[in-house]
Design a protein around this ligand. Sequence first.
Ligand code: IPD
Ligand code: CA
Ligand code: CA
Length: 257
Amino acid sequence: MILEKIDQLAREWLEEAGNRIFMALEQSTVEVEAKSDRNDLVTNVDKATEQYFAEKIATYFPDHRLLGEEGYGEEITSLEGIVWILDPIDGTVNFVEQKRNFAISLGIYQEGVGELAYIYDIVGGEFYYAKRGEGAFVNDVEIPKLAEDNKLEDSLVIINTTAIRKFPQMLSVIQKARGLRLYGAATLEYMAVATGRADAYVSANLAPWDIGAGKIIAEEVGAIVTRVSGSEMVITEKGDSFVASPSVHREILRFEI
Ligand code: IPD
Ligand code: CA
Ligand code: CA
């Protein structure tokens, strides 16, 4: 019952937030600031979007908690109760430089279990959604389960540059694969694997808001999500991330990274 209510409101709020982001691009009201370094960007639109969700959640669900990138939620180290994990704009560098290839990402966790997930690629017009155990969808069309027998040699892989530097064996993975692709937004890279447009995505350092929704959607179609070592990924802890179709996940693990 509570999840139905969350689903109904989350969709309304995502649509409204998406419209506001679109208008900010159209009307050129985006103001950019650097955070930890000159390539770590945030804009007034990232902040306003997270603040919008924070206010809505506090009004409609005062006992739920928000874990968001821009600090309008709470410091969260455990997922007790219901936690909304939000990245108001994933791919802020793309948002600023390309005005596309970014997304709002929202995952809903109940007692640590990922129940609902939304990734909204506003300019691309793709709305990804999953409910645990009920499948994953893009624009209301069900995403087929991933094949169990894909081979790395026939696959496109997405491996970010920091991961290539940190795990040099990734060069051999890339050499064996059909090709390398980089999109610059972790959520859309997760969705590339979930929809079979790539077979693996490796990143050296992702935060809970980068993967909160993507993990739920990817697992719903049968992708395997772990750390690069193959160990379990704890969603509240920052670290490396490795998502792939099942057989390609096994094949890449054999490189002993
Ligand atoms: C970043 C993007 C990028 C990934 C970074 C993230 P942001 O998120 O997802 O693709 O490589 O690690 O921090 O800062 O644009 O929300
Ligand atoms: Ca992000
Ligand atoms: Ca962000």
